[in-house]
Design a protein around this ligand. Structure first.
Ligand code: SAM
Ligand code: SF4
Length: 444
């Protein structure tokens, strides 16, 4: 008998917290369930299965996930057969503890066991209570279906896990050791996605530029990019995330040579002070980071640079924070994700005193964000009068006669146009640089 769970007209609702990797895991889970006859619903009240895909990188998303699961548990009052599961990094970290904490929960599924989802649902349906599948298997899973969502822009995982053990970070504990997918599999997946209409791929991994570091004979990351660049019909290649210590000259040069590689680099720096970077166990200094940025801008003068940065790490004093502000001023990022440090149980820094008071963390975050807002606006204004190539993604949320697309540098552009342009690369003259987007008109 087939292992597949055959279901007719059952609906699944998936709530995703956290990063692009989690979004992509949710796409995978949906694809697995679609193969079993489920359909996605956007209304949790009508779902037969609810999956909460969680993130534990910071405290806030973890707490949000708990509160939403609490709300979903009401579903069981009306539909006793409804199934509720927690997936993602909280599932991996808390495991069976979640089943004890939330008695109406049916299953817990870690990110290393996604492929087991159909099997787990079958077990729950046949009466098993509190199923827990966590942990990791050797290597990256190879038999996951290609998600049908996100046709124009598609995520493609090239590696999973992380070996870096930054002192604040829970990722190595909840995503396991680094493993890279074979390049022929990655290339075949991108080929198949392009056949289905994908124009842009976003290669995913916690540290994509150490791709295949443990697989002698495999392509390096820049060589993988070069192969992807040759796939006919693919217009754009992006990737995230990279680590400054693994950013090689070969990768920097790729920005000058590969036709479809978008001129955007997301390079987290986390802090501007060497003392803090050392305690974070980052493996790079402020000077090394700045030198890499200079090299990137030399190879690709128009490149947009974004980053992740944290404030309030244990021991961060006023001078350390000033150095973060100075680094932001010196680089003039195109944008960044900024966070208040929160200790994560099981990491090295969680053993140290979380000694920056919450109000000071909040003030530092606001100061940093205000500085970046000024820089972003200045950079967006500088683009006024230029013509940019834009991949049209769809209608703007605010107006039915306005289309929305993205430049190679990852800026959102709104311009008057028709929906027939979706999926096209068009030239747009930028008329106005705003805080979070650009406005323009088709350039003829
Ligand atoms: N692998 C990527 C890297 O090394 O930059 C990103 C990993 S993590 C999922 C995304 C971001 O969350 C990190 O770059 C960091 O800024 C932030 N982060 C990680 N742990 C954190 C913590 N304990 N508190 C606050 N922010 C944290
Ligand atoms: Fe976490 Fe550091 Fe690995 Fe990024 S490189 S996932 S911050 S341990």
């Amino acid at each position: 008998m087939s292992d597949k769970l055959i279901v007719i007209e059952k609906r699944v609702y998936i709530k995703t917290f956290g990063c692009q990797m989690n979004e992509h895991d949710s796409e995978w889970m949906l694809a697995l369930l679609e193969e079993c006859g489920y359909q996605e619903t956007k209304r949790w009240e009508e779902a037969d299965v609810i999956l909460v895909n969680t993130c534990t990188v910071r405290e806030k998303p973890e707490q949000k996930a708990y509160s939403i699961v609490g709300r979903f548990q009401q579903l069981k009052e009306n539909n006793h057969d409804a199934i509720i599961g927690i997936a993602g990094c909280v599932a991996q970290q808390r495991g069976e503890g979640l089943l004890a904490r939330m008695p109406t929960l049916d299953f817990v599924l870690g990110p290393g066991k996604i492929h087991k989802l159909p099997e787990i649902l079958r077990d729950v349906k046949s009466g098993e209570r509190g199923v827990c599948a966590v942990g990791f298997e050797n290597g990256c899973p190879t038999n996951l279906p290609i998600p049908r969502t996100r046709q124009l822009r598609s995520y493609v995982t090239i590696m999973q896990g992380c070996d870096n053990f930054c002192s604040y970070c829970i990722v190595p504990a909840v995503r396991g050791r680094e493993c890279s997918r074979p390049s022929d599999e990655v290339l075949a997946e991108i080929d198949a996605l392009v056949q289905r209409g994908t124009k842009e791929v976003i290669l995913l991994g916690q540290n994509v530029n150490s791709y295949a570091k443990n697989n002698p004979g495999e392509l390096t990351f820049p060589r993988l990019l070069a192969k992807i660049d040759e796939i006919p019909g693919l217009e754009r290649i992006r990737f995230t995330t990279s680590h400054p210590k693994d950013l090689t000259e070969e990768l920097i040069e790729a920005f000058g040579t590969l036709e479809h590689l978008c001129e955007h680099f997301h390079l987290p720096f986390q802090a501007g002070s060497n003392a803090v970077l050392e305690r974070m166990h980052r493996g790079h200094t402020r000077e090394e980071y700045l030198a890499k940025i200079r090299a990137l801008r030399k190879a690709a003068p128009q490149i947009s640079i974004t980053a992740d940065v944290m404030v309030g790490f244990p021991g961060e004093d006023d001078d350390d924070f000033t150095q973060t502000l100075e680094l932001v001023q010196a680089v003039e990022f195109d944008g960044f994700f900024s966070f208040k440090y929160s200790p994560r149980q099981g990491t090295r820094s969680a053993q140290w005193q979380d000694d920056v008071p919450p109000e000071l963390k909040q003030w530092r975050l606001a100061t940093l964000q205000e500085l970046q807002r000024e820089i972003t606006l200045k950079k967006n204004k500088k683009l006024e009068g230029t013509v940019k190539e834009v991949l049209v993604e769809g209608r703007s949320r605010n107006s039915p006669h306005t289309m929305m697309g993205r430049t190679g540098c990852n800026r959102i552009v709104n311009f008057p146009g028709e929906s027939g342009l979706v999926g096209e690369l068009v030239l747009v003259k930028i008329n106005e640089g705003l805080q979070n987007s650009l406005r323009g008109e088709l350039s003829r």
